[in-house]
Each structure stands twice: as C-alpha cells, then as structure tokens.
Design a protein around this ligand. Structure first.
Ligand SMILES: [Zn+2]
Length: 234
C-alpha cells in the first residue's frame, strides 16, 4: 500500500499555510505512476495556490518494489549526519515489515529484497534507476571511487554528492549535485568499463565492499560524512 498523510505546511516562499499530501510509503509494484514521478524528479512537487511558487517536499518515507527487490528507507538530506542511528531504525523497520520479525509470507518476500537507507530524492532516484539498469548498487559506489581518483581535484567537497543519473549505451552519466538543493553542478560521463572492470576482477575490491555493506546505508558518503554524534564528541 502507498500511504500519504495530509499535512499543513507553510509555503517556503510566501509563508501562507497550504495542505500537502506528504508521502509516507510508496509501493512501486502497485503504483508504477509514483515510481515514474520519482524518476522524472517531479514526485511530491507542488505549486503554492497563493503565490504560485513551486517546491518539492523533502522525502521521508519507505519505497519498496518487490519485483525489483528494492526496499529503501529515505530521509531528507539534512539528516545525513544522523546516518548511523537512522541505519539502525531502518534495520528495525525492515525486520518488522519483511525481515526476521515479519509474518511468514512477508518474510518469504523479504528474502528477495535488499534493504537500503538513502538520503534525498537524488539518492532514491539513483537506487531506482540502478535496479532498472541491473547494476549492483555496491559496485556502483565502488565505481564512484574510481571516478574520484581519475579527477584532478578533491572528490567530495562538503555539500556535494555524486549520483548516477543515466546509463546511455556504454557510458555512465554521473551528476555532481549540491546536497541541499539537489542542483546539478556538472555532469560527468565515464565509460561503463569503469563499472565492468570491478565486476570482472572483484578480489581487490573486497575490503571496500565490506566497508560499504556494513549497514543499510550503501553509499560512498558513509566514508565521508562524519556522524553527528562523533562530531559532537570531538
Ligand atoms: Zn506561496
């Protein structure tokens, strides 16, 4: 089931209250239209009836698509520094819905699903399209580290992220995005061979695969974003 909650929010432009159907859960098997909107980057966009400003609500939901083996807990980008706690929460949520603590039939389905945690619309879109292209999301994150190495500058300056935006024949297109706005700063096109090379020779990548799959937040950002709790402790 896809679930929406009606919220009253203030328009970020004019401050007038407006009603918004905020998504809590997307079942992509039943609602392929919502999945298409996520890919088209229009999902949860709304126009303020008072001032006509357009904006998009930050995601805080669970997205699941049994046919593709996807179960993804999504939080706003502003929650990134809390990833260790949210990873634990997502683990529990998945266990209850489709994992060890779920009823028999759901547990059965859950065996075919990969639970994940991600942040922001771009993070969700990347996981969704990677599954469409039949790319392994762990290998995809490893390919990003090769991309960083090939670039003549620091890989991730604070406030930026790199997301796969398209696979076009033998080329992969990565977007360099501003974390907060999701705005594309630059598109980097790299040969798909970057990814395929890792698939062909996985042994040297085992340590990194282990680091990336330690929890549900399968993302190079987990290697770069210092958790809020650790930052506070100095
Ligand atoms: Zn407004």
């Amino acid at each position: 089931m896809s679930i929406f909650d009606t919220l009253t929010l203030k328009c970020p432009a004019c401050g007038k209250p407006m009603e918004f159907d905020a998504v809590a859960s997307v079942n992509a098997d039943r609602r392929p239209d919502l999945r298409e909107e996520i890919i088209a980057e229009s999902f949860q966009g709304q126009v303020c009836p008072a001032c006509q400003a357009e904006f998009r609500l930050d995601p805080q939901m669970v997205y699941f698509h049994v046919a593709k083996g996807l179960w993804i807990s999504v939080y706003p980008v502003s929650r990134l520094p809390d990833w260790p706690q949210l990873e634990q929460q997502a683990k529990t949520t998945f266990a209850l819905a489709f994992g060890d603590r779920a009823p028999g039939p759901a547990k059965q389905i859950g065996r075919t699903m990969k639970p994940r945690l991600t942040f922001g619309w771009a993070g969700l879109r990347e996981k969704v399209i990677a599954a469409d292209y039949q790319l392994d999301d762990v290998t995809l994150e490893m390919a990003k580290t090769l991309l960083f190495r090939a670039l003549d500058r620091p890989p991730l300056s604070p406030g930026t992220e790199v997301r796969l935006v398209a696979l076009d024949g033998d080329n992969m297109e990565f977007g360099w995005l501003e974390l907060v706005t999701g705005k594309v700063v630059e598109i980097l096109t790299v040969p798909r061979a970057l990814y395929d090379g890792i698939v062909k020779d996985p042994a040297p990548w085992e340590p990194l695969r282990k680091d990336l799959t330690e929890g549900l937040f399968v993302d190079v950002l987990r290697l770069y974003i210092v958790p809020a709790a650790a930052a506070a402790a100095g």
